[in-house]
Design a protein around this ligand. Sequence first.
Ligand SMILES: NC(=O)c1ccc[n+]([C@@H]2O[C@H](COP(=O)([O-])OP(=O)(O)OC[C@H]3O[C@@H](n4cnc5c(N)ncnc54)[C@H](OP(=O)(O)O)[C@@H]3O)[C@@H](O)[C@H]2O)c1
Length: 314
Amino acid sequence: MSTTHVLAIIGATGQLGGAFAEVVTEESYSQLFPSVRILTRDASSYKAQYFQARSPNVQIVQCDLENEDSVNQALEGVDALVSVLGSAKDQVAKEMVLKALVKNRVKLYIPSEFGAERINFDFESAVFASKEAHLRAARVAGNGFMKVVAINVGHFMEDSSPGGIYGSVLGFDHANLTYTAVGSPNTPVTYVSVKDIARSTARIVQLSLDSSSSATVPNDVRIAGSVVSYQEVAQLAENITGKKIKVEILDLAEFRERMLKEKGWVMYFRYAMGKGWMDYSGHNERELVNPGQSLWKWKTMEDYLKEAFAEGKL
Ligand SMILES: NC(=O)c1ccc[n+]([C@@H]2O[C@H](COP(=O)([O-])OP(=O)(O)OC[C@H]3O[C@@H](n4cnc5c(N)ncnc54)[C@H](OP(=O)(O)O)[C@@H]3O)[C@@H](O)[C@H]2O)c1
């Protein structure tokens, strides 16, 4: 079997996709991925041009994800596709991508999951329904020739922690030095830095495409970067900033009633955290992708908070 692969990326101009494209165009991956095809709506964008210049292995392919011929052509000869489309992107594009994956007999598909594993979710959510339906459809359509791996990471550390863009809506009200957990403040929650998600994804692609390690990669992967409770985050932030942080709690059952009425991803995530559904400390693929931290050092919540403090975000 060939040890080099043609890798395609959708969403390489975005936040996580950009970090992933950085990793797979590093020197260490240049032999494994001599061809990295970046599918984009605008080949002339700054980000697309940046990756074009970054490595001779990169091909920028302008592509309309809602046009069947365009996607088919873009995925011709591809071994693996990593999609890092933003969450709300439309169903038509996903359906076209899936058709093209099947037509081109692509061996590996990583759909744009990169959030919370929904296995325990006991509520209806339009937010997650589209991801769920696409994942299921991909597994059915690719049965027998295409491995479909969902990568679950909990929260993007830089977005969802104190000082991050979603930190305050998720209960880290650092301006008022008050962190509010739903349910117990001691329930662990998983956070992974964007760079570590990108590195883990590259490793999942590598291991999945190699026939000697493919079976070690489960279809539903969990990455546990830093798993910490609200109480622990508050303690770390206190140590780093020297300011006392109050930890408050919201009753889990009352929160559920509110969530069912108000809906929205913030409510769903806060409830899932409170239920302990985003605690990946027990079972995860951390060692599979980075045995004994031999490939990189995982960023911890403490590392993140120190950085955020130094940057004036806390
Ligand atoms: N767990 C968490 O805390 C968390 C946080 C954030 C995101 N996520 C998940 O991570 C994944 C990636 O999110 P992201 O924030 O990195 O994405 P993003 O920055 O919004 O990037 C999305 C990319 O998709 C491409 N795209 C292709 N077709 C598009 C279309 N029709 N409309 C808009 N964009 C289109 C764009 O590339 P071109 O312009 O080059 O075509 C864009 O750069 C999603 O599944 C999201 O749910 C999880």
